[in-house]
Structures are given as C-alpha cells and as structure tokens.
Ligand binder design. Structure first.
Ligand code: SF4
Length: 452
C-alpha cells in the first residue's frame, strides 16, 4: 500500500453508490441520499455512464443550515416529494459523509415521517448508514443488502421457526432457495443466472436478491417510465426467512452479509461461494444448486461447460504465461485471477481499492506468486505495473491512464466502465461468461501482436 496520505486516483467508489446497486434491484424501489446534493449528482452521472440508462437518485439536499441544526426537515421534505413524484413501492435511504458526520438519527426521522405523512404509512422505507470515509461502494452494497433483509423480511413466530420444513411445505408459491448476489454483478450476469434457473425448472423456487436484470438495463419503450420495471418483488424478500437455504455468491470480504443475517435470525443455512467467474467457481455454484435441489444441471449447460473447456484449449497458446495486472472489486479481481490461472496465464498483480480483510490471503491461496494489493489507488497500481513486465491490464475503465502511459492494452471488466458501451450486457459469470472473457483476452493480445 502507498505511503501517501492522500488517495490520488481511487480504485473504488463512494459507499452510498453501492447502496444504489442494491436498492435498484428491489421492485419499484427509489433511492434517496441524505446529504449534500453533489453526492447524488456525481453518483447518478457515474452510474448513468456505466449502464447507459437514466439513474434517478433523490437527495435531501442538505445545506449549511441543515449541517448545523440537523437534516430532519430536509429528509422529510425529500421523502414527501419523492413519494408524490415517483410513487415507489419502497424507498432506500442512504446517508452520505455529511449526514453521518452531523449524526442524524435517520431511523428516528423515518419513524416520525411515517407517523406524520399518511402516504408513507405501510410504505417500506429502508435506511442504511453509508459513510464513505469508512468504506467503499462494496461495503455500501453489502450494508444495503443486509439492511433490506433486516428491515423487510417478516418476523416469524418462534414455534414456526422451529418447524421450518412443515411451514415451508404449507407455503403456496414458495421460494425454497435464496440466491443472494453478495457482490454487484451486471444485469447480463443476473439474466444469465435467471435463464439457468429457468432451464433447471427452479425459477419460481429461487428468490434472487437483488435483481438488476431489468432495472439497470431496460428495453427501449415509448415514454420514459419514472420507475423501471423488474427487481426482486418485496413480497418475495419478506418470505426469505422461510427458505430452506441461502446461497450467497461473492461478498466474502465485507463485514455485512444479508445471508449471515438470515442464518442468525431465522436459521436459514447460508452457503457462501466465490463469485462464479471461471470454470471451478462456476462448478462450485452448480454443485451447490444440484446438492440443494437434488436436480442435475440441465444438458444445455453441460454442453456450455464443454464449450468452455474447448475454449480454454483454443486460447491456451495465446494466454499461457502472459503476465496480467487485475484491479477492481474484490470478488471480481479474485475471480479473474482464478480464471487466468486456469488457462496458464499469470495474474502478476491483483489489486483492489477496498481495504478488505482477507483479500490478500485469498489471492495468495489461488496464486501464491501474485502481488496482492488491497486499499490501493491507481498510482500504487501503476508503480507496480512499471516493475512487473505486465502484458495486459484487466479491470475497470479507470485503469485507462495506466494503459495509455505504459502502452499496455486494457480489457475493461467491472464497474465503472465509462468510456465504452455495453457494460450492462457484459457477461462475466458462469461457463459462458468465462468463455467470452477468455476470447476477449486472447483477441486483445492477438490484436496487439498484429500491430507490432
Ligand atoms: S466522499 Fe462522501 S461527500 Fe464525497 S461524494 Fe462520496 S459520499 Fe459524497
């Protein structure tokens, strides 16, 4: 990690931004930031550039007066305007640095608001603390997911908790499995998981949280809808405490965990897996679903797995021993490192901006020779790239300055991707995602060779 006191070009984003990725995965849920106006403007722009979709985020627009006397009046006014303007089915309130610094009791303000405002009665208003000086967008995402289940999942009477399987059988339209995406993925990734579960015959038995497959990648339609369609239905989230198992994909390096909360509070066993990037990580997810449901992977996905093996053979001669620098979100970076190892490439640098405990050890466990960096910025990464004979960069578009300065090609993966289109349609998980990533990496290297 750098000795610098400042963060020059951060390799992570603000904590409240992560909460938007979770809140917008709930059906008709509108996010609002309690803090200064600029936070929501900056994050709306960032997300709109990445997803190429309008991304509305309301703001309580705190001014100097609010900062001195407290932001209760601003937040209540913002919530009221939001309900009138958007008519959401739920609201997600995330704090920014300013609201956290002045110490507003957001839960209490919301309780008062729900008593004072008739339109807010019965409307789920979920609040989460997201002070950016304490973590990155990854912590914001994990905190928001945990807040969603903490504040939405219905309480069960104790005797029913003890007799879960009986209750489970009694449920109509039941969800037997929770699939929690513990790490933010693309809308295409969520669509892939939904298709796979549909082919398995499990689409009605699995609650995916959050479901951004449509909300961040909506089809073009006449007229601009105030609230995008899609998202995990709130009624399904409310029943997650009744499911017989949770599978959490990713999110191993953040303290907050929606799956761990469901296990602790409702006794729903939580299996935490790495994000399904690469062959082995995809196999682990498939095996877990097979074990939980006693149903074999559908044949079309067996064929897809076979095609990935074929792709690995095809690209091996281009990727073997190629030295790569990977940077971005923790699970994404580790998944990409694993994929590279599977085809004989060398993840020489694996870096993240998050100060996540366990990241360095996790990198070493899959690739002992890699330089693992946590809590770094792009100046640190560039310094390592300069001395590591790197042939390809893999990570967010914020690595483009290194790419330009060091004349090393950058394959854009993950969030943010602000200087290319298609981030919402980028598939990285599963057998197909791994095959596409490998094709892109090999083609990028071949193109570089043909230019020399
Ligand atoms: S660092 Fe804090 S104040 Fe600045 S944009 Fe992020 S959330 Fe807002």
């Amino acid at each position: 990690m750098s000795d610098s006191y400042s963060n020059v070009n951060p390799c992570h984003m603000c904590m409240p931004m992560g909460s938007v990725l979770a809140f917008r995965g709930l059906e008709s849920c509108m996010p609002i930031f309690h803090g200064s106006q600029g936070c929501s403007t900056y994050m709306r722009l960032y997300l709109a550039h990445h997803f190429r979709e309008p991304v509305d985020i309301a703001s309580s627009a705190l001014s100097e007066k609010g900062a001195v006397y407290g932001g209760s009046a601003n937040l209540k006014k913002g919530l009221k305007n939001l309900i009138h303007g958007y008519k959401p089915k739920a609201i997600g309130v995330a704090t920014t640095c300013l609201a956290e610094t002045i110490g507003d009791d957001v839960g209490q303000i919301i309780r008062e608001f729900q008593q004072e405002e008739p339109l807010a009665r019965g409307l789920p208003i979920i609040h989460v603390a997201t002070p950016s000086y304490r973590g990155s967008h990854e912590e914001g995402y994990a905190n928001a997911l945990q807040a969603i289940v903490q504040q939405t999942v219905a309480d069960l009477p104790p005797r029913d908790r003890l007799n879960r399987s009986k209750l489970y059988r009694r449920r109509s339209n039941s969800s037997s499995l929770n699939l929690i995406l513990g790490t933010a993925v693309s809308p295409a990734d969520v669509r892939y998981l939904k298709s796979m579960l549909r082919a398995w015959g499990l689409e009605l038995d699995v609650t995916i949280l959050p479901d951004i497959s449509e909300t961040f990648d909506a089809p073009l339609s006449p007229g601009l809808s105030m609230m995008p369609e899609g998202g995990t239905p709130l009624a399904d989230v409310a029943r997650m405490g009744l499911s017989r198992q949770t599978i959490t994909l990713g999110g191993r390096f953040q303290e907050s965990s929606a799956g761990a909360y469901l296990e602790e509070r409702f006794g729903v066993p939580n299996t935490v897996l790495p994000l399904s990037i690469g062959l082995e990580n995809s196999d682990r997810f498939v095996s877990e679903v097979e074990r939980a449901t006693d149903m074999a992977l559908p044949r079309e996905y067996e064929l897809e797995r076979g095609r990935l093996l074929d792709t690995m053979v095809d690209v091996h001669k281009y990727l073997a021993e190629v030295r790569a620098a990977i940077f971005g979100d923790t699970e994404m970076a580790i998944g990409l490192a694993k994929l590279l190892c599977e085809v004989g490439a060398v993840p020489a640098i694996v870096a993240t901006g998050s100060k996540s405990p366990g990241f360095i050890e996790a990198v070493r466990s899959i690739s002992p020779g890699s330089k693992a960096l946590a809590g770094v910025d792009f100046s640190d990464i560039q310094a390592e790239v300069k001395k590591s004979e790197i042939e390809i960069l893999i990570g967010t578009s914020n690595g483009r300055q290194i790419s330009k300065a060091e004349r090393i090609p950058l394959v854009r993966v993950g969030l943010p991707c602000s200087d290319r289109v298609g981030a919402g349609r980028q598939l990285t998980i599963g057998y197909e995602g791994a095959g596409r990533l490998l094709d892109t990496l090999a083609n990028t290297l071949m193109e570089g060779d043909s230019r020399r």
